[in-house]
Design a protein around this ligand. Structure first.
Ligand SMILES: [Zn+2]
Length: 111
């Protein structure tokens, strides 16, 4: 099995954890926005509904990212982190530094 030895795992874990923390805070903020009081005015209500849809989409994005982070952490635990799931090649460390949840190498992402 291929292991990506050119990555600083501790640094990646730190990054993933802080991202996790940030996303959790964002989710809490979104939940607060969603649970705020509603206007009596029908036009404002329409605007609020529209805003809520945006918030729900943002919350879904944040949840997906949290899942990706959890997956990345479990790949670190089982030793498969940094290896492309599609071709089994090593993922460029620079790519992982920019996007630590990456599961595919550059070529496989582009194809
Ligand atoms: Zn690949």
């Amino acid at each position: 099995m291929l292991i990506n030895t050119s990555i600083d795992v501790n640094n990646i874990i730190e990054k993933l954890n802080s991202l996790h923390h940030e996303l959790n805070n964002r989710l809490v903020g979104i939940q607060n926005d969603l649970s705020r009081g509603r206007s009596q005015d029908s036009q404002e209500q329409a605007q609020e509904t529209e805003n809520d849809e945006v918030l729900h989409a943002l919350a879904a994005d944040a949840r997906n990212e949290l899942i990706e982070i959890d997956n990345a952490l479990s790949r670190i635990r089982n030793g498969t982190y940094g290896v492309c799931v599609a071709c089994g090649d090593i993922i460029n460390p620079e790519r992982l530094a920019a996007y630590p949840m990456a599961i595919r190498c550059m070529e496989c992402t582009e194809s």
